[in-house]
Each structure stands twice: as C-alpha cells, then as structure tokens.
Write a protein that binds this ligand. Structure first.
Ligand code: HEC
Ligand code: HEC
Ligand code: HEC
Ligand code: HEC
Ligand code: HEC
Ligand code: HEC
Ligand code: HEC
Ligand code: HEC
Ligand code: HEC
Ligand code: HEC
Ligand code: HEC
Length: 537
C-alpha cells in the first residue's frame, strides 16, 4: 500500500489532473498551498501541492509519507465539570494538523527540503486568526482521547462508537482526533468537514442531545462553537451561559422571535445569572439560565401546577424528601436545589419561627402552608377567587415571577428573571408597619384572595380593623410560605400565623395565637402598644 501511494504521489506531483484519484480534489481548497493555490495563503513559487504534508522520500512515520516535524508545544487541554473522556496531549493525526494549526511551525517547513518554502507576503507561520487555533486547546472540542464502549457507559448521551456513520472515523487506537470531524483532502462540505453539518448532523452523529421543539435550539451552533470558544469549558459562544443565551434573549439584532428578557435583567430583584463566569464550579451559588432551563431539552409545552413546564426540559432538582434527582417532575423541585437545604437567600421578614428551608415550609406535613407541594390544610378559605379552591395547587412562580409578564397582566415574557417588587414578586406586597391598605399595597395576595371578602371579615373577624384601621401589613401576622412541622404546632401556627417580630412583641413573655375552632381563636401579644391577653375573635 505504502508503495502504491508513493507511486501515486510521485505521479501526482508531476501530473496535476490525476489528483482527482485521491478522494475529491484538494486543488481548489485552502489546503492547496502551492503557488497556484486558491487561498490567500500560498507559496511564492513552489508548484507541488502534496509536498507541504507528504513526501515520497525520507518520510516521517506518523502517517503515510509525512513530510513535517511535530510541534514541540505543550498544550493546554480541554477540561470541564462534566467531561468523562480523558484527553491528553495531542496524539496521532491531531499532531499532524497542529504542525500548522497551532501557529508555531512555518507552513513551508518540510523535512524533504533544506530550506523553508517561501510563502507570498512573507508569511511563515499561520497568522493569528480563525485558522490558527493556538496551543491553548482548552477552548476547542476535545481530541486525542479513547472513545470506546466504556466512555459510553460513563456518558450515555454518546452514540456507541460502532454505530457511528461511516464518514466519521476514530483512529487505530480508538482515539478521537481532528480527523474524526475533518478530512484534510476534501472540502466539499467547507471547513474540511467529514460530512455535511446542516442541522447539526455531524454533532448529532456522536451526541444524543434533545429533543427540543424550538428550532433555534436544535442548532448546536446557536450556543456552541468547536474552536476558540469564549467560555472555554462547554465550548459556548458567549463567555458565560448568560452571555450565550443573551445573544438571542436580549433583543439583539438577529434574535428573531426569541423572547426579550433585557427589561427584567435590569430590575432590582433578579436571579443574578450575569456573574456565573466560573463554569467549573457547580451549584448552588453559581446560578445560570441552565440551572432552570436544561439547554438541550427545552420545549414550548405548557403545564399546570405542580408539574414542571416544558421549557425547563429534563432538569435536575431536589425532591420533597431532600434527595437529589436528575429529572424533576415538579417545578418546585428545581427551586429546592438552591432554596431548600442549600438555602441561597436568608429570610427577609424577621419571624417568630425562623426557617429558610422552603422544602420544610411547604412540606405536606407542615403545620399550615400555601399549597405548592400538596393541597392546603384549611377547608375554609372564603376569600379564594374564582379559579382557586381549597384543592388548588399553585406554583412558586405564581408568587415569584416578573411583574411585567403575561401572567402578571403585562405583555412581556414570563419567568422569575427579574422584578421591581422584591423578593422577585409578581406583584407588590408591602411588609412595612403602618402600610395604608389599598388594592396595590397587597396586590400579590389579592391576585388569589378577594380583597372585599378579606375586608368583610368572613374568616378573621378583625381583619378589617387590623388591616385598614391599624395599618398592620398582612405579613405582621401571616407567613407567606408555611410553618415547618418540627417548629410550630397546629394550635399556634394554623392559618399561616407566624408573627413579624419587628412589629409584634411578647406580652409577659408570651407571643401566641391559639386556634379554637372554625373562624375562632385568641391572641396573647403586644402590638402597636395594644396589649392582648387571650383576646378572642
Ligand atoms: C495540508 C496537509 C495535507 C496535504 C496538503 C495533503 N495531505 Fe494527504 N494526508 C494529510 C493528513 C493529515 C493525513 C493523515 C490522515 C489520517 O491519519 O487520517 C493524510 C493522509 C493521506 C493519505 C492516506 C489515506 C488517508 O486519506 O488517510 C493519502 C493517500 C494522502 N494523504 C494523499 C495525499 C495526496 C496525493 C496529496 C496531494 C495531492 C495530499 N495527500 C496532500 C494531510 C495532507
Ligand atoms: C501544511 C500546513 C497545514 C496542515 C498540516 C494542515 N492545515 Fe489546515 N490549513 C492550512 C492553511 C494554510 C489553511 C488556510 C488558512 C487561512 O486561509 O486562514 C488551512 C485551513 C484549514 C481549515 C479552514 C478551511 C476553510 O474553509 O477556511 C480547516 C478546517 C483546516 N485547515 C483543518 C485542518 C486539519 C483538520 C488538519 C489535519 C487533518 C489540517 N488542517 C492540516 C494549513 C495546514
Ligand atoms: C467535534 C468535531 C471537531 C473536531 C474534533 C475538530 N474540529 Fe475543527 N471544526 C469543527 C467545525 C464544526 C468547524 C466549523 C466552524 C465551527 O462550527 O466552529 C471547525 C473549524 C475548524 C477550523 C477553521 C477555523 C475555525 O476556527 O473555525 C480549523 C482550522 C479547524 N477546525 C482545525 C481543527 C483542528 C486542528 C482540530 C484538532 C486539534 C480540529 N479542528 C478538531 C469541528 C471539529
Ligand atoms: C466523532 C464524535 C463527535 C462529534 C462529531 C462531535 N462530538 Fe462533541 N464530544 C464527543 C465526545 C466523545 C466527547 C466527550 C464526552 C464526555 O467526555 O462525556 C465530546 C465532548 C463535547 C463537549 C464537551 C462536553 C463536556 O462535558 O465538557 C461539547 C460541548 C461538545 N462535544 C459539543 C459538540 C458539538 C457542538 C459538535 C458538533 C460541532 C460535536 N460535539 C461533535 C464526540 C463528538
Ligand atoms: C440553547 C443553547 C444550547 C444549544 C442549542 C445546545 N447547547 Fe449544549 N450546552 C449548552 C450549555 C449552556 C451547556 C453548559 C452546561 C450547562 O449549563 O448545562 C451545554 C453543554 C453541553 C454539553 C456538555 C454537558 C452536557 O449537558 O452533556 C454537550 C456534550 C453539549 N452541550 C452538546 C450539544 C450538542 C451536540 C448540541 C446540538 C445538538 C447542543 N449542545 C446544543 C447550551 C446549548
Ligand atoms: C440563536 C438564538 C437563541 C439562543 C442562543 C438561545 N435561544 Fe432560547 N429561544 C430562541 C428562539 C427563536 C425561541 C423561540 C421563540 C418562539 O417560540 O417563537 C427561544 C425560546 C426559548 C424559551 C421559551 C420556550 C417556550 O416557548 O416556552 C426558553 C425558556 C429559552 N429560549 C431559553 C434559552 C436559554 C436558557 C438559552 C441559553 C442556554 C437560550 N434560550 C439560547 C432563540 C435562542
Ligand atoms: C441554582 C440555584 C437556584 C435555583 C435553581 C433557584 N434559585 Fe432563586 N435564588 C438563587 C440565588 C443565588 C439567589 C440570590 C440572587 C441574588 O442575590 O442576586 C436567589 C434569589 C431568589 C429570590 C429572592 C430574590 C431577591 O430579590 O431577594 C427568590 C424569591 C427566588 N430566588 C425564588 C426562586 C424560585 C421560585 C425558584 C424556582 C423556580 C428558584 N428561585 C430557583 C438561587 C437559585
Ligand atoms: C403565596 C405566595 C408565595 C409562594 C407560593 C411562594 N412564595 Fe416565596 N415568598 C413570598 C413572599 C411574599 C416573600 C417575602 C417574605 C415574606 O413574606 O416572608 C417570599 C420570600 C421568598 C424568598 C426570600 C427569602 C425569604 O424566605 O424571605 C425566597 C428565596 C422564596 N420566597 C422562595 C420561594 C420558593 C422556592 C417557593 C416555592 C417552593 C416559594 N417561595 C413560594 C411569597 C410566596
Ligand atoms: C396564587 C394564588 C395565591 C396567592 C397569590 C396567595 N394565596 Fe393564600 N391561598 C391560596 C390558596 C389556593 C389557599 C387555600 C389553601 C388551603 O385550602 O389551605 C390559600 C390559603 C391562604 C391562607 C389560609 C391558610 C390556612 O391554612 O388557613 C392564608 C392565611 C393565606 N392564603 C394568605 C395569603 C397571603 C397573606 C397572601 C399574600 C402574601 C396570599 N395568601 C397569596 C392561594 C394564594
Ligand atoms: C430560577 C429559575 C430560572 C432561571 C435562573 C431562568 N429562568 Fe427563564 N423561566 C423560568 C420560568 C419559571 C419560566 C416560565 C415557565 C413557564 O411557566 O412557562 C421561564 C421562562 C423563560 C422564557 C420564556 C418566556 C415566555 O414568556 O415565553 C425564556 C425565553 C427564558 N425563561 C429564558 C431564560 C434565560 C435566557 C435565562 C438566563 C438569563 C433564564 N431564563 C433563567 C425560570 C428561570
Ligand atoms: C392581625 C393579624 C392578621 C392580619 C394583619 C391579617 N390576617 Fe389574615 N388571618 C388572620 C387570622 C387570625 C386568620 C384565621 C382566621 C380563622 O380563624 O380562620 C386569618 C385568615 C386569613 C385567610 C384565610 C381565610 C380567608 O379569609 O380566606 C386569608 C386568605 C388571609 N387571612 C389573608 C390575609 C391578607 C391578604 C391580609 C393582608 C391584606 C391579612 N390576612 C392580614 C390574621 C391576620
């Protein structure tokens, strides 16, 4: 074989038309570096094409009749938090490519010639720019690692090597190389790709990603680039996940129909995804878009509480028992990654019973709770508006959401990306003492609880007096989440009663609500200077 190739090569060097015998012609590609080459980079006078890479004489053993020295560079290698493969310093055919493409060896430096072949414009090595990928390979698709069934066991989102299309090949050592994606002789698909990458067919031949029904998200190149990727790890087109998504989701030119979130990101209360630069550090304090939206499996399928919406994709989370799961069923399980046992935010209202683990606050065993995980405990909630009843389940995002989305009654995109109402509330909720009651001051609660009904004292007979006359905010008496079973009891903490200790004070050491039956109870406390001793309603 070697001899036959040597003969073909010899003939080719003399007779250009016969080149067609070696695959599709290299002549009309940027790899024709001879003086007749079509690219901007070519020799001043050298007429031979193959010589820049091959020689029939004194060839080096790397591949058939190789005519170049290896680069002496030491490379930075791709790494990421999720990578299972073990890429090392480049091996095999990757070294052949890098003998030009790392930019350290002159293009015209070949072992068969004593002098470096001169290039037009005095070019020696590949100039800085897209084709010079440098010696830092940490921002390039990994190469020079074993891609075998063991790797597929570690990462089931890879195609088994035996199932790869014939256009894609691994080398004799089962290693993936530059040549798994590129063919130096054939530019019919441009960029010397081994196959057409329209609709990401090349990527999808090895990676099992998706499914998504959002066409722009089905294109790997919407978010990834194979070389010199700004993010390094994960090969993203932006330097962070935020920047990657923001290219389309902040209304920049070319964003098409992508919802524009820029207004929300500028609001005071956000899930601050901007600073998530360190992609090697995992949860919980490195929040990014992909902590809620799994980039590859998002769909536009809508859901109802408590089910996870399609646009979260196959997302990881923490379930009601506190166990990490790789695929959530309910939306709150995503929030629990960071707001349960990993409490990312401290409570904002100073309460008699302090709890920052929302998993315990909303647990079905909790004393009283808003019905996020399971239907609530109180069969008598006369204030509920049409559309809600005591069997309803609601989302965290029914309260924590942008205040300008369609759910809030606006026209912007939905989601807990930013709100002018802290802590990321869908509507205003005043918690300061001496708040004047109005439809807007407690707009959050009045989304689901009828204002007139509350102020008509249907349940708590002193609602109107406290809320309007005493100007006590709802939060002075009510927790908005729930009271964990280990902390409260059904006598003192039913009806979400958990006093704000900045407003309510103990009376002779006691600060207590007692539930004495339907629409009946009493309180012992001091508030606004008023003393209650088992004061009944
Ligand atoms: C820009 C560099 C470059 C040029 C120019 C080049 N080749 Fe190659 N060639 C390679 C590389 C790299 C390999 C090794 C591929 C591998 O290991 O998969 C190779 C391998 C080969 C092989 C072995 C079979 C194969 O495809 O792996 C043949 C035959 C071959 N080249 C013929 C030629 C001929 C004939 C010319 C001139 C018309 C030529 N090459 C020009 C880079 C080049
Ligand atoms: C002899 C030096 C040399 C070797 C060896 C070499 N290349 Fe190139 N390659 C070039 C030059 C020169 C260009 C044109 C660069 C330019 O115009 O910016 C180029 C261009 C490319 C391009 C861009 C094509 C385009 O349409 O713009 C790709 C992709 C590429 N090479 C891949 C490879 C791969 C993969 C290998 C190894 C299998 C390889 N090259 C080996 C010199 C080389
Ligand atoms: C997983 C597939 C894959 C592997 C492996 C791969 N490339 Fe690429 N390469 C691509 C794709 C796809 C492009 C087209 C541009 C893009 O999408 O980023 C490309 C483009 C290029 C370019 C054109 C300039 C640019 O940056 O766009 C060069 C040069 C290049 N590759 C060289 C190499 C070399 C050298 C290696 C091995 C060290 C290599 N490639 C490994 C997929 C790959
Ligand atoms: C020849 C098979 C093959 C092709 C084609 C291919 N990849 Fe890969 N890719 C792999 C393998 C194998 C890994 C290593 C996966 C691992 O270790 O879990 C990988 C790793 C990656 C990684 C880094 C994963 C991590 O966990 O850090 C990204 C991102 C990636 N590929 C994107 C792409 C994109 C985009 C394309 C299309 C341009 C592509 N790949 C084409 C085989 C391929
Ligand atoms: C909408 C943007 C987006 C698109 C489109 C996209 N990715 Fe990703 N991908 C990401 C982000 C962001 C990460 C970083 C990890 C994370 O945050 O979950 C990632 C990570 C990866 C990883 C490594 C970790 C993992 O989840 O396995 C691979 C491999 C990968 N992408 C391959 C692909 C392939 C192949 C395609 C095309 C079929 C693709 N991606 C399309 C955004 C995207
Ligand atoms: C190349 C542009 C582009 C990039 C980059 C991009 N998207 Fe999108 N995204 C779109 C388009 C277009 C839509 C579809 C809008 C429509 O349905 O008309 C969309 C829709 C969405 C949706 C809504 C799905 C629904 O209908 O409910 C979410 C969520 C989303 N993208 C999140 C992300 C995240 C997270 C990232 C980054 C990891 C990202 N996108 C990156 C273009 C993009
Ligand atoms: C990956 C971790 C993570 C996930 C998942 C997450 N959050 Fe957060 N959340 C945070 C961090 C960190 C902050 C603090 C952000 C800051 O201060 O910029 C925060 C802040 C908040 C705040 C308070 C905002 C303020 O202004 O103080 C609310 C409310 C909130 N998140 C609700 C949710 C809800 C609802 C979900 C589920 C849909 C959720 N979070 C999912 C990490 C997360
Ligand atoms: C019925 C409305 C409502 C629901 C449902 C709700 N929250 Fe809240 N949340 C609030 C309000 C109001 C506050 C402001 C502080 C307060 O009232 O105690 C708050 C505060 C927070 C804070 C800031 C820290 C703190 O405790 O003050 C976080 C984080 C938070 N909620 C996360 C969640 C998560 C996660 C869920 C779902 C598992 C959820 N919330 C469900 C209304 C709600
Ligand atoms: C998204 C709708 C929604 C919002 C917003 C909402 N609630 Fe509720 N609330 C409900 C539902 C549904 C129930 C019935 C639960 C049950 O039957 O126990 C309920 C029950 C209650 C109860 C009775 C709990 C019990 O166990 O007796 C109180 C008190 C309460 N809400 C106060 C508030 C306050 C204060 C706000 C504003 C911070 C608010 N709610 C916002 C839906 C909501
Ligand atoms: C804390 C969780 C969380 C984070 C972080 C997050 N989102 Fe969302 N996003 C949501 C939720 C919840 C929705 C609304 C889901 C539903 O009900 O359809 C949403 C909706 C969207 C939508 C669709 C809006 C519409 O109305 O069609 C887009 C686009 C989107 N998110 C993009 C992003 C981008 C880009 C980032 C990062 C900058 C991001 N999200 C970060 C939770 C999150
Ligand atoms: C002074 C304490 C206090 C304040 C302030 C207060 N509540 Fe209540 N609320 C109660 C008590 C006590 C109950 C239990 C009544 C019973 O026995 O069923 C209750 C019951 C409720 C219920 C469940 C029954 C029903 O009426 O549907 C809702 C909802 C509710 N309050 C909403 C609010 C809202 C909204 C605000 C602020 C606008 C508010 N509360 C202010 C003490 C208070």
């Amino acid at each position: 074989m070697k001899r036959i190739f040597a003969i073909i090569l010899m003939v080719n060097l003399m007779a250009l038309p016969l080149l067609a015998q070696v695959g599709t012609s290299i002549v009309n590609t940027p790899h024709n570096l001879s003086a007749g080459g079509i690219g901007t980079i070519h020799a001043s006078s050298e007429q031979q094409i193959c010589i820049f890479c091959h020689t029939p004489h004194n060839a080096r053993p790397q591949t058939q009749l190789w005519n170049r020295n290896d680069s002496a560079s030491s490379y930075q290698i791709y790494a990421s938090h999720s990578l299972k493969a073990l890429p090392g310093q480049p091996t095999g055919a990757s070294k052949l490519c890098l003998s030009c493409h790392d930019g350290t060896i002159a293009l015209g430096s070949v072992t068969s010639e004593n002098q470096t072949i001169a290039m037009v414009g005095g070019i020696t090595t590949l100039p800085p720019g897209s084709s010079n990928i440098g010696t830092d390979l940490s921002d390039d698709h990994p190469v020079s690692f074993t891609y075998d069934p063991n790797l597929v066991l570690l990462n089931p989102k890879l195609t088994s090597p035996s199932q790869l299309p014939t256009a894609i090949s691994l080398d004799a050592n089962s290693e993936m190389q530059c040549t798994s994606c590129h063919d130096a002789h054939n530019n019919q698909y441009s960029n010397f790709m081994v196959m057409d990458n329209t609709n990401s067919q090349l990527c999808n031949s090895c990676h099992i990603s998706g499914p998504t029904n959002i066409p722009r998200h089905a294109q790997c190149a919407s978010c990834h680039q194979s070389h010199s990727a700004p993010s390094g790890p994960y090969l993203l087109t932006g330097s962070t996940v935020f920047d990657t998504c923001a290219r389309c989701h902040t209304g920049l030119p070319g964003s098409g129909t992508a919802p524009n979130l820029s207004a929300d990101f500028a609001k005071p209360s956000t899930h601050d995804t901007h600073n998530a630069v360190d992609l090697l550090t995992p949860l919980p304090n490195n929040i990014s878009c992909s902590d809620c939206h799994e980039p590859h499996t998002m769909t536009n399928t809508v859901a109802s509480a408590p089910n996870v919406p399609g646009n979260f994709g196959t997302q990881s989370g923490v379930n009601a028992s506190g166990i990490s799961i790789s695929s959530v069923q309910y939306q709150y399980e995503v929030c629990f990654k960071c707001h349960a046992d990993n409490a990312a935010v401290a409570p904002l209202v100073s309460r008699q019973i302090v709890q920052n683990n929302t998993r315990l606050e909303f647990n079905s065993s909790a004393i009283s709770f808003h019905p996020v995980q399971s239907a609530g405990k109180n069969p008598n909630v006369p204030s509920l508006k049409a559309g809600f009843n005591t069997s309803s389940i609601i989302y965290c995002t029914d309260c924590h959401n942008t205040n300008s989305g369609t759910t809030a009654g606006g026209s912007g995109p939905d989601g807990p990306h930013g709100s002018t109402e802290s802590p990321m509330l869908i509507a205003r909720y005043d918690t300061a003492d001496y708040t004047n009651e109005s439809a807007s001051a407690y707009a959050l609660c009045y989304r689901c609880h009828d204002r007139t009904n509350i102020l008509d004292d249907r349940s708590f007979k002193e609602h109107k007096k406290h809320i309007i006359k005493e100007r006590s905010p709802c939060s002075s008496c009510h927790d908005s989440h729930g009271i964990a079973s280990s902390q409260g009891n059904a006598n003192n903490n039913s009806h979400l009663i958990n006093f704000d200790t900045a407003i309510v004070f103990p009376r002779k050491g006691v600060m207590e609500f007692n539930d004495t039956g339907t629409y009946r109870g009493n309180c012992t406390l001091v508030c606004h200077g008023e003393r209650h001793d088992r004061e009944n309603y």
